[in-house]
Design a protein around this ligand. Structure first.
Ligand SMILES: C[S@@+](CC[C@H](N)C(=O)[O-])C[C@H]1O[C@@H](n2cnc3c(N)ncnc32)[C@H](O)[C@@H]1O
Length: 275
């Protein structure tokens, strides 16, 4: 089993938010002397179930390559608070990085779909792009779209230190503009950029020749920290965008899909009858 575990600085997925909430509850309840010890013990077991999940997934998954580990370390070392998104859609933070288990899942998708051409929409420092590039054959290609020139430069530096990095072509600019001038087909597309743009990316990919007939789309953050399925006050703009996206995909008769509770949610989409 792998020994290294990636610890986010703050919880950004339903399971890590749940674990953090339960950890706080355990502390609160432990401070109440009159409370039944059996109740305290049950709460501790519940916390451990939530808190142990992500580290265990990491331990049981094939370790990331040295190049991916270096890219993740480089991303953690950056002072993201000093920068804000050129697109104005929000601050950059190290938690944007998809990371070990999701990267390993993307590698599996490349292998399983026998992909040769991959489109990465929302590259950040390049973790997903490099993970998928590592799984491609030598003549395969990842086209990676990123709006922020600074993070694109960080990604390029990381790619230059890995043989698989030579398979990645970086396109800087708003992804919706970039995809309009790209030539298809792509066998696999990973959508992980501005959440309010997800429906546009999806409609363009399905409606155009950009996605291969047998192609698969993987979409990140479709659980958006639980916002689409919880009702605790007003949703954020991104939470509403993801709720709308999930409903639109579920109602679209052209496709079939599954939402996997991996990290912040990953939805896999394919055209119906495209065997
Ligand atoms: C969640 S991060 C991507 C994480 C990345 N896939 C990974 O594996 O580490 C989202 C990225 O999308 C970029 N982005 C936001 N809006 C965009 C747009 N309209 N076009 C292209 N990139 C965009 C952001 O600058 C950010 O770097």
């Amino acid at each position: 089993m792998a020994e290294t575990v990636t610890t986010p600085t703050h919880p950004v997925t339903p399971s890590t938010i749940l674990a953090a909430e339960l950890s706080e509850l355990v502390e609160l309840v432990d401070a109440v002397p009159v409370l039944d010890s059996a109740i305290k013990e049950r709460l501790r077991r519940t916390r451990d179930l939530a808190r142990g999940l992500d580290p265990y997934l990491e331990q049981c998954s094939t370790p990331e390559s040295p190049a991916l580990a270096a890219l993740a370390a480089r991303t953690r070392a950056e002072q993201w608070t000093d920068r804000s998104l050129v697109s104005g859609s929000g601050p950059l933070e190290q938690e944007m990085l998809s990371g070990h288990v999701e990267g390993q899942t993307l590698k599996f998708l490349v292998h399983m779909t026998r992909a040769r051409r991959v489109l990465d929409i929302g590259m950040f420092t390049g973790y997903s792009a490099l993970a998928m590039a590592e799984a491609l054959p030598d003549d395969g290609e990842v086209v990676a779209c990123e709006v922020d020139p600074y993070v694109a430069d960080v990604a390029r530096q990381c790619f230059s230190e890995s043989p698989a990095g030579a398979r990645i072509r970086v396109e800087v600019g708003p992804a919706l503009t970039t995809v309009l001038r790209l030539e298809g087909p792509f066998d696999l597309v990973f959508i992980d950029a501005d959440k309010t743009g997800y429906l546009d990316y999806f409609h363009y990919l399905i409606g155009s020749g950009l996605l291969a007939q047998h192609g698969v789309i993987a979409v990140d953050n479709t659980l958006l920290q639980g916002e689409p399925y919880t009702d605790h006050g007003a949703r954020s703009t991104n939470g509403q965008a993801i709720a709308d996206f999930n409903r639109a995909v579920a109602n679209d008769s052209r496709v079939e899909q599954v939402l996997l509770p991996l990290r912040d949610g990953v939805t896999l989409i394919r055209r119906k009858g495209s065997d």
